[in-house]
Design a protein around this ligand. Structure first.
Ligand code: FMN
Length: 381
């Protein structure tokens, strides 16, 4: 039996259990993957101040993100094709997040639909929107998210063009995925995954197929998707979406202080410092590197969240210390899902909670909302 004590253990197990083309899709970054690696590595240079003989009774990890209570300030990031890491992956991840008390964010490019998540959970979840050229489709998605009682809209702005991921090209990962002999042979070595997929009908993009006017099946999806990136996207569109949505708006993909100012002006309630997990602009700064500069500029006006490279509770507390009100994990929960389904996502959240709690204690704090730069060694960040 494999003993799982870290997010890395979940990654290793997921690699064994998920077909290569889908594992690589989750695990890869763009081009040389330098930003993808920097996201993780830059956390390691930040050092804590260890404190002793402080009362550590009754510790609390409870906080809020965009005014909503969270059991700890860690949300599940929107990830496309999650239902390919494990059958019904989005439903399983949403259930694990709900039980734990943290937000789950459903991607536009998910396999399970908005309605699937609403039918299988009882608390509100968050919906992530890409700005596509088909504005009628956006209108319908927003209406569907409202009908499903989504309590925040995460608007991703960093995907007007797609960063090239070599592994996806080599593995033939497209919509629909190319079933090459190599892919089929590899899938045959992952019986759990195959059995799961045979047991579900949810195998195509649930928010799109049958909902966008010209997409009725997986082959019409391919040409539709390639036309949908909106090269003319501007902050005016963001204002329109804010107005159309009318609820909490979180803008994702901000790496620049000037863009952070514009996000505030467009009426966002929060922004996410994010480089898409190193999957878009390779050569961009790490997210944790960009965070302090953005907090300095807009941190008093709006909640600043971050994602990218978080692999432990220690990383979470470092981001909070540098001014993030909350963070998101992408690959860590996908590894959990690929490794062990819903149980794996819960395991991932448990691991991060325990690491966060103990690290906070070592730094002499009892309340996660009180974490600030004082827990870090000056000069190490
Ligand atoms: N971000 C989006 O806004 N929408 C998506 O559909 C989306 N799909 C993703 C798919 C995968 C497999 C991964 C790994 C990331 C995706 N992202 C997407 C980016 C994540 O929301 C998040 O920014 C990133 O995963 C954070 O980095 P981490 O994986 O190191 O935690």
């Amino acid at each position: 039996m494999t003993i799982i004590t870290t997010v890395e253990d979940l990654r290793v197990l997921a690699q064994k259990r998920v077909p290569r083309m889908f594992y690589d899709y989750a695990d890869a970054g763009s081009w040389t993957e330098s930003t993808y690696r920097a996201n993780v590595d830059d956390f390691q240079t930040i050092k804590f101040r260890q404190r002793v003989a402080v009362n550590l009774e009754n510790r609390s990890l409870k906080s809020t993100m965009v005014g909503q209570d969270v059991a700890m300030p860690v949300a599940l990031a929107p990830t496309g094709l999650t239902g390919m890491q494990h059958a019904d992956g989005e439903i399983l991840a949403a259930k694990a997040a709900e039980k734990f008390g943290v937000p789950f964010t459903l991607s536009t490019m998910s396999i399970c639909s908005i309605e699937d998540i609403a039918a299988n959970t009882s608390k509100p979840f968050w919906f992530q929107l890409y700005v596509m050229k088909d504005r009628e489709f956006i209108n319908r998605l927003i209406d569907r998210a409202k009908a499903a009682r989504c309590s925040a809209l995460v608007l991703t702005l960093d995907l007007q063009v797609l960063g090239q991921r070599h592994k996806d090209l080599r593995n033939g990962l497209s919509a629909p995925p190319k079933l090459t002999i190599a892919n089929i042979v590899n899938m045959a070595t992952k019986p759990r995954w195959v059995m799961g997929m045979l047991g579900t009908k949810r195998r195509s993009f649930g928010n799109i197929v049958g909902h966008a006017s010209s997409v009725s099946d997986m082959s019409s999806l391919s040409s539709w998707t390639s036309q949908q990136f909106d090269l003319s996207l501007s902050w005016k569109d963001v204002e329109w979406i804010k107005q159309r949505w009318g609820g909490k708006l979180i803008i994702k993909g901000i790496m620049d202080a000037e863009d952070a100012r514009l996000a505030v002006e467009s009426g966002a309630d929060a922004l996410i410092v994010s480089n898409h997990g190193g999957r878009q602009l390779d050569g961009a700064q790490s997210s944790i590197g960009a965070l302090p500069g953005i907090v300095d500029v807009v941190g008093k006006q709006i909640e600043v969240h971050m994602d990218g490279g978080i692999r432990s509770g220690q990383d979470v507390i470092k981001a909070l210390a540098l001014g993030a009100k909350g963070v998101y994990i992408g690959r860590p929960f996908l590894y959990g899902l690929g490794a062990m389904g819903e149980e794996g996502v819960s395991k991932c959240l448990d691991i991060i909670r325990n690491e966060l709690d103990l690290t906070m204690a070592f730094c002499g704090l009892r309340d996660v909302t009180k974490v600030d730069k004082n827990i870090l060694l000056p000069g190490s960040y």
